[in-house]
Write a protein that binds this ligand. Structure first.
Ligand SMILES: Cc1cc2nc3c(=O)[nH]c(=O)nc-3n(C[C@H](O)[C@H](O)[C@H](O)COP(=O)(O)O)c2cc1C
Length: 337
């Protein structure tokens, strides 16, 4: 099962392993490349001097030997102090695909297109999609309702066809709540050119987070996922652990005022994001009880911790089974005379 878009990228299956802050590591991405999909990671996962350069060298080497490829996620928001530096490193190492989230992707598009790289932008609505379309993006990551992290608020059933209707010349990659082959097939049925999966890959052997987080993903049902603004100031999906309950889900009065204040808001947001980052970093370490674990509602559908390669094999098999079921349904439906 493949799509023209995925074939154009040289993939064997129309799937992106989504970038996840503090979660996606080099091993997960390599496992994805070996299986012929797009592996990705946020550049912010490699902040030590020389780290990002070394990872990109290794991934370029893997891409030259295997069917898949990789993408780097750049947070284009002004409050990301590493944006320019990371973009320059990625350009120097000729990263094949960029995924941008938040802020303006203008610089990324300009620099990437100079050497033929592709830029896909996270979008949650038509207004922002139009902006990145006008800037010359190569396609959209349609982030729908229920996605892990900063989810959108429009269901994929609406967002994907709406983007395809307006921008039929651009690929749309469906993100949010997909964790099974049936989910992938349903995204393709909506008109998506590929699927984008995050949460299911947290429960993988290669994933560097602690075992408690992985087990919590396996245990969590959809009702255990809540929105919390305590990490970045913007609502994000987390597992409703005792610690998440204890600190509450919303910013307090003072925090809200500081977020609005013209003079200090830039610095306050940077501080919120920095301290949120620290909380998340602590949460993924072994034995930590102050747990803020980001996960999407698709954790409902994750039953086991497995190697990335086996998760991808399962997704391929499940997709085929799902497609076969639909085909059988079509064959047994009486045709009109
Ligand atoms: C733990 C976690 C961390 C995430 N971090 C990022 C990130 O750094 N950058 C980004 O663009 N999206 C991030 N996301 C969103 C994913 O890239 C993707 O859109 C989402 O996981 C898709 O929904 P799903 O989890 O239901 O598959 C994150 C999601 C999760 C679950």
């Amino acid at each position: 099962m493949n799509t023209p878009f995925a074939k154009e990228l040289g993939l064997s299956f129309p799937l992106f392993m989504a970038p996840m802050f503090l979660v996606s590591n080099q091993e997960m991405v390599i496992a994805g490349i070996k299986k012929g999909i797009v592996g990705s990671f946020p550049s912010l996962n490699f902040r030590e001097k020389g780290e990002l350069e070394a990872v990109l060298d290794e991934l370029n080497e893997q891409v030259s030997r295997h069917p898949g490829t990789y993408a780097v996620n750049l947070i284009a928001q002004r409050s990301n102090p590493m944006f320019d530096k990371h973009l320059d490193i990625c350009v120097e190492k000729k990263v094949p695909i960029y995924i941008t989230s938040l802020g303006s992707p203008k610089k990324v598009i300009e620099k990437a297109h100079k050497y033929g790289a592709k830029v896909y932008c996270d979008v949650t609505n038509i207004k922002y999609a139009q902006k990145v379309y006008d800037l010359g993006c190569d396609g959209f990551i349609a982030v729908g309702q229920g996605a892990g992290g900063h989810s959108g608020n429009t269901p994929l059933n609406v967002l994907v066809p709406a983007l395809k209707k307006r921008y039929s010349d651009k690929p749309v990659i469906a993100s949010g709540g997909i964790a099974t082959g049936a989910g992938i097939v349903s995204a393709l049925a909506l008109g998506a050119d590929a699927a984008y999966i995050g949460t299911r890959f947290i429960a993988s052997n290669e994933c560097p987070v602690n075992e408690a987080y992985k087990s919590a993903i396996v245990r969590a049902g959809m009702d255990d996922i809540v929105m919390s603004s305590k990490i970045s100031g913007t609502p994000a999906t987390v597992i409703n652990t005792d610690y998440a309950k204890k600190i509450g889900y919303k910013q307090n009065y003072m925090e809200k005022q500081l977020t609005k204040n013209r003079t200090v808001r830039k610095y306050f947001k940077m501080w919120v994001q920095y301290s949120g980052m620290k909380k998340l970093e602590d949460s993924i370490k072994p034995g930590n009880y102050k747990t803020l674990w980001v996960a999407g509602k698709s954790s409902e559908l994750v039953d086991e911790i497995k190697p990335v390669g086996r998760i991808i094999d399962d997704l391929i098999l499940e997709s085929k089974e799902s497609l076969d079921k639909l085909t059988a349904l079509n064959a047994t439906t009486p045709q009109n005379p």
